[in-house]
Design a protein around this ligand. Sequence first.
Ligand code: KG4
Ligand code: ZN
Length: 339
Amino acid sequence: MTKNKYILAIESSCDDTSVAVVDISYNIVVMNTSSQPEHVVFGGVLPELASRLHMKNILILVESCLQQSHLSLEEMSAVAISINPGLIGSLLVGLSFAKSLAWALNLPLITVNHMLGHVFANHLVHGYIDPPYLALVVSGGHTELINFESDTVFTCVGKTLDDAAGETFDKAAKLLGIGYPGGPVIDKLAKNGNPSFYNFPLALKQKNDYNFSYSGLKTAILQFLSSHEENWIKEHQADLAASIQYAIVTPLVKKTVRYAKLNNIHTILIAGGVAANSYLRAQMDKAAAQIHAKVFYPSLTLCMDNAAMIAAAAIPKFFKGEFADLSVNAFSDKGTRYI
Ligand code: KG4
Ligand code: ZN
């Protein structure tokens, strides 16, 4: 019997510290994630605090993964780490830890782009999905439409020119005074609201390209809310949430499905925190069915930042023997890329 090969992966790019062991057939053996509720009072992530909390949590999470899986560090075949994009201090905590482990255990180090990890989260849920496919990557900092020819060759065919979809959810929730992060709260509230209550401008920008723009919508939400009384806003919270959600989601669905249709693509992967949005899922499924395309989403847990997706994105590199030198550095530039 051949011995299974395991990748120990670490994710620390923003405010979640996560450690996972994943085998090279995309099965999650164990994963432990520690989120940082300490940021909630600030209404956003405090970078210095995030780095310090990663330092506090990372070793505890590695130890609990090993304990729960009954595996030892010596049974790992590689260490995977996300090194871009993200908060530089947070990335460096994870990278330094991963380098030390790889060096001490004489294991290969595999460096991964966090956004590519979000796309690869789909393989953990549905089994390996054969390219070509179109991926819509929608998170707190990114809104990108990416055409994948293979696991390692892909092109960004559209992206936001200003704010990201997740960021717009978060800003809208802040203006509505309903908490952080905004996406899940708006999603929940909107279930009891009317999406046609108010027509906020759709973030379509040019109708004939595949870019997005959310700054106009953000300004429109701000202007609308500041011209209404607090009590009125509170009373119509669900309708406003549904109308805002409609304006954020509609361009995502329209542009993704139009690109797939015109380029004869029948597989669409949705990825990133906003992939958890129930309205996006329902609308995307409906529109894709009309062009006979199949849509894949990660599970709700795997939509969020997690280490298993970092291991998944490391698997093609593991097979190709593409290992990083221990002098490798982290960097914060945005974008989904093969690094
Ligand atoms: O991918 P992610 O966990 O972190 C980044 O890499 O940015 O995404 C976080 C984003 C936040 O903006 C959050 O509001 C959004 O994902 N989000 C949602 C939902 N759950 C999380 N947006 C809409 N609907 C949701 N259910
Ligand atoms: Zn993320």
